[in-house]
Design a protein around this ligand. Structure first.
Ligand code: SAH
Length: 233
């Protein structure tokens, strides 16, 4: 077993590297990958840079080059569901790409031939996350996450994404990483802490809450990793 832990931005993986203490930095394809052993299990940690293309590249490299057999994503997201507040945690049940649009040919939003609108995350890790949440005394929501190459700071656009995909939160990397993991048969788990509610104040709130929300997510991910390792024994 080798576990990949991925974020999009430095702030999303900094708390993870801090927890690991010592690691080896490997430079590959224009990015840094951090290799470490945690409780006897090999880890590879990286942030991809923002968006679907960079996250696709990083996820692929973590699996194909570094040999990751499970992938966990930790980061922040904008909330769509009004009951999700800044700092709340959401685990993706399934993910879609909200900006994928060949509807001119009669296809639904988020669909291309031979693909599927939604890709489901690993059920076993989702179940495990409920136990982890319980042990931490935290509540974690499960919901649909929509991904696109846009920072959403617009109520109307947010509501459209919510209505079209039944999505509860939105971000810019989850859907593409899901495509990679699904194609390469690697179970994945996506966790996001809410940094903003994708409205006109989104960029201000994002800047204010990025660090605390990213840490909230990273702390949970490390507990998940611990639980995965203990369950594998
Ligand atoms: N402030 C950054 C840009 C952040 S882009 C800079 O200037 O470099 C937003 C990042 O957080 C993405 O990685 C995305 O996955 C996530 N995210 C948080 N809120 C979002 C929102 N409202 N819309 C889209 N992505 C969001």
């Amino acid at each position: 077993m080798k576990i990949a832990i991925m974020g999009a931005m430095p702030e999303e993986i900094a708390p993870i590297l801090e927890k690991l203490g010592s690691y080896t930095t490997v430079r590959y394809a224009g990015n840094n990958y951090y290799e470490a052993t945690y409780k006897g299990v090999d880890l590879v940690v990286a942030y991809s840079k923002i968006g679907k293309v960079f996250s696709t590249l990083t996820a692929t490299i973590m699996i194909e080059h570094f040999g990751a057999t499970k992938l966990l994503f930790s980061g922040v997201a904008g909330a769509i569901c009004p009951t999700l507040k800044i700092g709340d945690l959401i685990v993706a049940s399934k993910l879609a790409q909200h900006d994928l649009d060949i509807t001119a040919f009669g296809h639904p939003f988020g669909y291309v031939p031979e693909g599927s609108i939604f890709i489901e995350a690993d059920k076993e890790m989702i179940e495990m996350s409920k136990e982890v949440a319980k042990s931490m005394g935290k509540s974690v929501r499960e919901g649909v996450i929509a991904t696109g190459d846009q920072f959403i700071a617009n109520e109307e656009k947010k509501n459209w994404i919510g209505a079209t995909f039944g999505a509860h939160a939105l971000e810019m990397e989850g859907g593409s990483v899901a495509v990679v993991c699904h194609a390469l048969n690697v179970p994945f788990f996506k966790l996001r802490a809410i940094s903003d509610v994708a409205d006109m104040d989104a960029s201000f709130n994002f800047d204010t809450f990025l660090e605390t929300s990213a840490k909230e997510s990273a702390d949970f991910i490390m507990k998940m990793v611990q639980s995965i390792i203990e369950n594998a024994k």
